[in-house]
Design a protein around this ligand. Structure first.
Ligand SMILES: CN1CCn2c1nc1c(Br)c(Br)c(Br)c(Br)c12
Ligand code: NA
Length: 330
């Protein structure tokens, strides 16, 4: 059971979370022109586009037919969240009458690739962007939604304008207490322990693990902090840092049956102090406040992780809280 916002969807009501009975009015695609391909994946192809009605740049996310069932959920969630701080805005939904393709027209962000961005962020940048990300997720969680795929590739950052937007709500879901969710979600390096041990009764705190991984990347200047070669190795990488004693305690707390064919996962590992990851190159960003926050996010036990709201109140953000809180996120 989530420690916070457990009743959000019950309070917001069925029309808020029931995405099955939800009729979508599709606009004509004629108004939008595809300019260039910016990316894509299993479920979609993503293009930079032009909205000819206002000559604005936009993003055109063309959904592959395989994603049909999930279209309703993604659109419902984007509609529910549009206007929230640092959530990418859904501008339009279009369907090409002749084709089966559906596309989402999204707000454009002049994104700087994570690979190039994380090595140039200064201490204030790290605080600022982490705070903005927490602000977005506290809003999203308060509206009863878990993102479930938080990772650098889904956090667009226009560094010139210090603009951050959380994107790709295709894996997001509504949180209902006591519901068992799929564990094949997220992206490996950012998967929380509950997903890796197959614990299905997870909640919003899933996203806070991923934020902890991103914070560790920025603080320690490492593109992906826990970089496993498969789900078992992912868990091993985590265990080598957090230790095996607290892992065993976690399994016990939630009565999680854990079998593995990976010998290494049965060994015992000491907990590594976070200071161990400080080196000459990153020591300028790493303060005791930063390590304290990180320690409170990267916990096996999801109920012990800070919530996004608690994390925003952490002293680590003292320098940026006033300034960042004032930006409405537009
Ligand atoms: C793969 N890439 C690169 C940039 N970029 C990509 N996918 C994007 C999506 Br979906 C949105 Br919505 C926005 Br906004 C941007 Br920008 C996106
Ligand atoms: Na998106």
């Amino acid at each position: 059971m989530a420690r916070i916002y457990a009743g959000a969807n019950a309070q917001l009501g069925r029309s808020w979370y029931d995405y099955d009975n939800f009729r979508i009015e599709w606009s004509s695609p004629d108004r939008y022109e595809i300019v260039d391909r910016v990316g894509g994946g299993k479920y979609s192809e993503v293009f930079g586009g032009l909205d000819t009605a206002n000559s604005e740049t936009c993003i055109i996310k063309v959904l592959k037919p395989v994603a049909a069932k999930k279209i309703n959920r993604e659109i419902k969630i984007l509609r529910n969240l549009t206007g929230g701080p640092n959530v990418v805005a859904l501008l339009d939904v279009v369907q090409d009458p002749s084709s089966r393709y559906h596309s989402l027209i999204m707000e454009y962000v002049d994104n700087v690739e994570w690979k190039s961005l994380y090595p140039i962020l200064g201490e204030v940048d790290i605080k600022f962007y982490t705070f903005q990300l927490l602000k977005a997720l506290d809003f999203v969680h308060s509206r009863g939604i878990m993102h479930r795929d938080v990772k650098p590739g889904n956090v667009m950052i226009d560094h010139r304008h210090r603009k951050l937007r959380v994107i790709d709500w295709g894996l997001a879901e509504f949180y209902h207490p006591g519901t068992a969710y799929h564990i094949r979600v997220g992206s490996r390096y950012y998967k929380a322990p509950e997903l890796l041990v197959g614990y299905k009764l997870y909640d919003y705190s899933l996203d806070l693990w991923s934020i902890g991984c991103m914070l560790a990347s920025m603080l320690f200047r490492k593109e992906h902090f826990f970089r496993g070669s498969d789900n078992n190795d992912q868990l091993l990488k985590i265990m080598r840092v957090l230790g095996s004693d607290s892992f065993d305690a976690y399994l016990k707390t939630y009565d999680i049956p854990f079998e593995t064919d990976m010998e290494a996962l049965l060994h015992s590992y000491p907990r590594q102090p976070w200071a161990r990851f400080v080196n000459a190159e990153n020591q300028q960003f790493v303060t005791s406040e930063a390590l304290d926050l990180l320690d409170k996010l990267l916990r096996y036990d999801h109920q012990k992780r800070l919530t996004a709201r608690e994390a925003q109140a952490h002293p680590y953000f003292n320098l940026v809280r006033l300034e960042a809180a004032s930006i409405k996120g537009d």
